[in-house]
Design a protein around this ligand. Structure first.
Ligand code: ASP
Length: 302
């Protein structure tokens, strides 16, 4: 199943696309991942039900996945080449086209919170590196030690530079009671990244995009290809300028444009009518959604 198509969806999330081998993701680990996805989705759903905005909902969904340690974001992030953690995250409000992002920031427990603060409290869109910590301090954003982010599994992966399940970024899209759409993405980047590498998750338009006129999108996969194709914005542009449906637009971006430059990954997209899709061209993508009745769907493999 390449898609999780549905209508009347309020919140959709992903926990990354990749090889996600069935031999690794089974038993307790698979259950933990599913539990984290379920908690994330439910928290966003409850917020929306209570009248929160789509921005608040996607932030909450992503924070829960960042804290879970199950995905390549926040606590579960991959190691860079220098055995450090550098986080990328971005968030976008489809009602105002306001967005905020952080790139290569260390130590921040919840990079998506910092991205939201950048959007709401600064006149900038994207801040990067260690200097971003000065900004975080002003807003009492929590920091964590190296030990908090340490995982034997991720360090082992760095050492082996496994080809398997390379991705695992998290993302969320939501629709609120006021017709607002929002998208958020958070990532540790790619394992063994070098030279201050920044991925699509930090770049509005590439890894994250939201516009109430069209859709909200969060991407996961080989970030370089998503940047080159401006994937998240491209889904919106196809809807806006070609009048294509969300499914057709998202499928075209993943199966035609991304594939044509040999990029791999996937995305989740939600439009203002509640149509949701989750195309990917990898063997698996953690993905889930919830509709306005609280009915919920979760898939991992194809
Ligand atoms: N897109 C992310 C990046 O390239 C990786 C991922 O989706 O896991 O940084």
């Amino acid at each position: 199943m390449k898609n999780l198509p549905s209508t009347d969806i309020l919140v959709g999330i992903h926990g990354g696309a990749g090889k996600l081998s069935e031999s690794r993701y089974k038993g307790e680990l698979l259950e933990d991942c599913k539990k984290a996805l379920t908690n994330s989705l439910k928290s966003a759903f409850e917020l929306i039900q209570k009248g929160a905005t789509a921005v608040e909902a996607v932030e909450s969904a992503v924070v829960i996945m960042e804290d879970s340690g199950c995905f390549n974001a926040g606590r579960g992030s991959v190691y860079s080449h220098n055995e450090t953690h550098e986080f990328d995250a971005s968030i976008m409000d489809g009602s105002t086209l306001n967005c905020g992002a952080v790139a290569s920031v260390p130590e921040i427990k919840n990079p998506i919170m910092l991205a939201k603060i950048v959007m709401e409290e600064s006149r900038h869109v994207l801040i990067s590196g260690r200097e971003a910590l000065q900004f975080a301090e002003q807003y009492h954003i929590e920091r964590e030690s190296k030990e908090y982010f340490h995982s034997d599994y991720q360090l082992d992966r760095l050492k082996k530079i496994q080809a398997e399940d390379k991705f695992g970024t998290v993302g969320a899209v939501a629709r609120d009671k006021y017709g607002g759409l929002a998208a958020a993405t958070s990532s540790g980047g790619i394992v063994d990244k070098k030279f201050g590498r920044v991925g699509d998750s930090a770049i509005p338009g590439a890894g994250t995009y939201a516009n109430n006129k069209t859709c909200a999108v969060s991407c996961t996969g080989e970030g370089e290809y998503f940047i080159r194709n401006v994937c998240a914005y491209d889904v919106s542009a196809l809807m806006e300028y070609c009048n294509w449906s969300i499914n057709k637009s998202a499928d075209f971006v993943i199966f035609d444009k991304l594939a044509s430059i040999h990029g791999s990954g996937g995305l989740i997209a939600l439009d203002s009518d509640g149509s949701f899709c989750a195309p990917f061209n990898t063997p698996g993508m953690f993905r889930a959604n919830i509709d306005s009745n609280g009915v919920f769907a979760l898939e991992v493999f194809k």
